[in-house]
Design a protein around this ligand. Structure first.
Ligand code: FES
Length: 90
């Protein structure tokens, strides 16, 4: 689901809510995957959109949500930089 929202301030606000469990917005309508589930996958070590797809199934049907997932991954990586060796080994 592309919200059309842009701007880091708005996204930062959204992340704060997602990380504290204050929001559970649906990101992938095809597979009923919420923002909270994607954040959980990121916290478990997912570092790329394909990781999110494998863990949650989000973005594995029509693909309309892929841009939103990409943005979430980028935002998370920017806000939570990690050791390159910390990538999940699927
Ligand atoms: S909305 Fe996510 S795959 Fe269709």
């Amino acid at each position: 689901m592309c919200t059309g929202r842009s701007g880091s301030l708005l996204r930062t606000s959204l992340w704060s809510k997602a990380e504290t469990g204050m929001t559970d917005r649906l990101v992938c309508a095809c597979n009923m995957v919420s923002e909270k589930e994607i954040v959980q996958a990121l916290k478990k070590g997912a570092t790329e959109t394909p990781d999110i797809q494998r863990i949650t199934q989000a973005g594995t049907s029509c693909g309309r949500c892929l841009m939103t997932i990409d943005r979430m991954v980028e935002d998370y990586e920017r806000m939570h930089p990690r050791d390159p060796q910390g990538k999940l080994g699927f």
